[in-house]
Ligand binder design. Structure first.
Ligand code: NAD
Ligand code: IPM
Ligand code: MN
Length: 350
């Protein structure tokens, strides 16, 4: 599901990687394509047509690009919007757990604006709750003849418990630390969040639990990224913190994600449709390609294939090839390549 803007450019390579890594392996994928976002509005008037939803429900996994278009970003009054398609899809598929790994490839240590000695070895796994919070809370409306607007930040214990459980379980397979991020000094929904996490912590005595306010977390992430292992947080805070954390990995173009629930798994870069670079052939396809690595691992349990994708990315970066977003002042001009050349390199390596 390519979606809009650079979504189309990068998913092309995600798909090619998926085909290449399973070629001659006895594993065969059959593909279907579906419309979403601005592209779907233009074709059908609906950002998530029923036909799309049916196709998604019938899939074992979904590779998604991005949605969004400047037309809507510049006109808040438009009622039908590309992002509604994305949010409805997450809700309808029950994708409540958004895993966003922040892994710095050693080769990219100079691509970030953070000092190398602070960054080196950073490896964080975000669990962003994805189907609740102020994104979906009701009421959301205009009042007072349109002069007042409101959204509702809301969480149930059930919603917090199911994402927290996934975060605790994941921490057990890693460095055994969970940082739960909230704003419990102000928000009632955050106090409920913290209560649930404190309660759950009792079942995981082997996992160190830290509670942190969102403002402090935003600061600590840049000051000392290595102090984080698993970060557990709500929908809005997780959205913001992971864009910030992309700078630990060097670029938005490096961050993959998995959205999981009870039906099918969906895999997508954390970045958007990036119309500032769309159509120019310069978008970094690695976030989409690394999303495929997550898909192979999580949805299909093809661990070796997943590892081969990651190794191909590593090897290409080691050879010095960079898309523009991850190049630095020491990158020679002939190593700065576009979307398709980067995609080709990865496919070749596989
Ligand atoms: P964005 O993530 O599209 O872009 C932010 C910045 O990062 C831009 O400068 C862009 O050029 C750069 N960037 C992003 N991905 C890149 C890549 N693969 N390679 C190189 N550079 C990359 O965020 P935005 O500009 O705030 O939003 C644009 C549109 O995308 C909006 O309509 C927004 O609603 C939508 N959006 C969609 C998703 C999604 O579909 N999951 C996520 C975020 C934003
Ligand atoms: C993301 C995006 C979406 C979000 C928008 C486009 C609705 O920013 O996937 O991170 O806020 O979840
Ligand atoms: Mn976002």
């Amino acid at each position: 599901m390519p979606g809009d803007g650079i979504g189309k450019e990068v998913t092309t390579w995600g798909k090619k990687v998926l085909e290449k890594v399973t070629a001659n392996s006895g594993v065969h994928f059959s593909f279907d394509e579906a419309l979403i976002g601005h592209t779907a509005i233009e074709a059908t008037g609906n950002p998530l047509p029923d036909e799309t939803l049916e196709k998604l429900k019938a899939s074992d996994a979904v590779l998604f690009g991005a949605v969004g278009h400047p037309k809507y970003d510049n006109d808040p009054s438009l009622k039908v919007r590309p992002e509604q398609g994305l949010l409805k899809m997450r809700k309808e598929l029950g994708l409540y757990a958004n895993l966003r790994p922040i892994k710095l490839f050693d080769e990219l240590i100079h691509a970030s604006s953070i000092k190398p000695e602070i960054l080196k070895g950073s490896d964080i796994l975000f669990f962003r709750e994805l189907t609740g919070d102020v994104y979906f809370g009701e009421p959301r409306e205009r009042r007072d003849n349109g002069n007042v607007a409101l959204d509702t930040m809301i969480y149930s214990k059930f919603e917090v418990r199911r994402i927290a459980k996934r975060a605790f379980e994941a921490a057990r397979t890693r460095r055994k630390k969970v940082t739960s991020v909230d704003k419990a000094n102000v928000l009632e929904s955050s106090r409920l969040w913290r209560e649930v996490v404190q309660e759950m912590a009792k079942d995981y005595p082997d996992v160190e639990v830290e509670h942190m306010f969102i403002d402090t977390a935003a600061m600590k992430l840049i000051k000392d990224p290595r102090s984080f292992d698993v970060v557990l947080t709500g929908n809005l805070f997780g959205d913001i913190l992971t864009d910030e954390a992309s700078q630990i990995a060097g670029s938005m173009g490096m961050l993959a994600s998995a959205s999981l629930g009870d039906i099918t798994g969906l895999y997508e870069p954390i970045h958007g449709s990036a119309y500032d670079i769309a159509g120019k052939g310069v978008a970094n396809p690695l976030a989409s390609i690394l999303s495929v690595a997550l898909m192979l691992d999580i949805s299909f349990n093809l661990k070796a294939e997943s590892e081969r994708v990651i190794k191909a990315v590593e090897a290409t970066l080691k050879e010095g090839f960079r898309t523009r977003d991850i190049a630095d002042s020491t990158t020679p001009a002939d190593k700065i390549i576009g979307t398709d050349a980067m995609g080709e390199k990865i496919v070749e390596k596989i």
